[in-house]
Design a protein around this ligand. Sequence first.
Ligand code: 4AD
Ligand code: MG
Length: 440
Amino acid sequence: MTRLPTASIANIARHDGQTVTLAGWVANKTEKGKLIFIRLRDGSGVIQCVVFKKSVAEEVFAAAQQLTQESACRITGAVRADERAPGGYELDVSDVEIVHLAPEYPIQPKEHGVEFLMEHRHLWVRSTKQHALLRIRAEVIAAAQEWLNEQGFVRFDTPILTPVAAEGTSNLFATEYFDLGDAYLAQTGQLYVEAGMMSFGKVYCFGPTFRAEKSKTRRHLTEFWMIEPEVAFATHADNLVLQENFVSAIVERCLERRMEDLKALERDTAALERCQPPFPRITYDDALRLIEQHQGEVEGATPIPWGEDFGAPHETLIASQFDKPVFVEKYPSAVKAFYMEPDPQRPEVALCADLLAPEGYGEIIGGSQRIHDAGLLERRIREHGLNVEDYQWYLDLRRYGTVPHSGFGMGIERLTAWIAGTHHIRETIPFPRMLYRIYP
Ligand code: 4AD
Ligand code: MG
């Protein structure tokens, strides 16, 4: 006989009036004399199971009494529609089988500090809000990939162990690579995905990326997941259109399919509903003026001289002036990566943009048109103090059939944090890696 359940809680409506066996864990339990209420969760949802002493065998009632929080069990009963029940259905229990009786569970229905919860992350992922958040994360990933696939993009996987830096040398994780010296964990798949772009036209890579950043902000992880599309013949302007359509499609799909989870997180979805193309575009220079005009409105967002990069407070201030994500384009080349195409009208700025999320969630996308001229790219590599020999393969992409092209990288956790309305990015990934955390 199968040990699998005969129904899932998410699909319980299909079984109205039938007797089913559910399998899962006890979210909580209350006893009222002859009645025991078990809130059972099976991963797909939560349902209240009612055990009435007079309707079950003695040993069944005794088993239900024994159940503790997070015990695993199989519960059989009749599905009954009940307007007052949270999911609209209850289970009239006829049988309870204990699979594993859990001792006292560390996470109780009370306030625990975030440090304690992080230390128990392996258990915390079972909690309602964490469950909702990670569901939204999964939806974001599925939506992003499926949308790109439908648009004719080909997934092109890029290596995680890499010989050189791609996004600056100050935040590399190094590891010994046999007799070949140091290898570095990828900060981005971009350089490699550009090779794929020259083969397939439209590609994306998707995987974990690493930054040894000593920042403790609520927006930084040392290991995060990035999806990076790259398109041949696309200009900077084309790149922005692709980004706004991409982000809007992902947000829309979360609104369609994850409303329950957004509700569990008490997310104000109005901000998400407004997320429709086109997104406003301002230049870096415009942004400097905004910061001047609104200084004092966000703590730490003090005016900066031309040529300096924004800090998190500046991004918050800029984004607060708009009610949907905003592109800040044409940053000074000096604060950006070596591969960005200069603006022909104004070579000291790059044909790049950061997409800033509303409500203080910061940069969710960084992208640019890429330098496609081999000579210029080589000069930039030198100017950035990098070793040209290491980048010969990358320069080859400009030697054989080079074309203008553009792409971007979207951080899954940043986007998830904004969509879910979660203050700190650490809860948007199952096991966050941060400056002071590598356990569990
Ligand atoms: O702006 P970044 O550094 O861009 C790149 O890596 C480009 N090579 C991407 C490309 O053009 N293909 O990073 C892109 C995005 C950011 O906008 C942000 O969403 C996310 O990656 N990100 C981080 N997320 C969490 N923690 C960090 N430490 C992050 N650093 C970047
Ligand atoms: Mg960036």
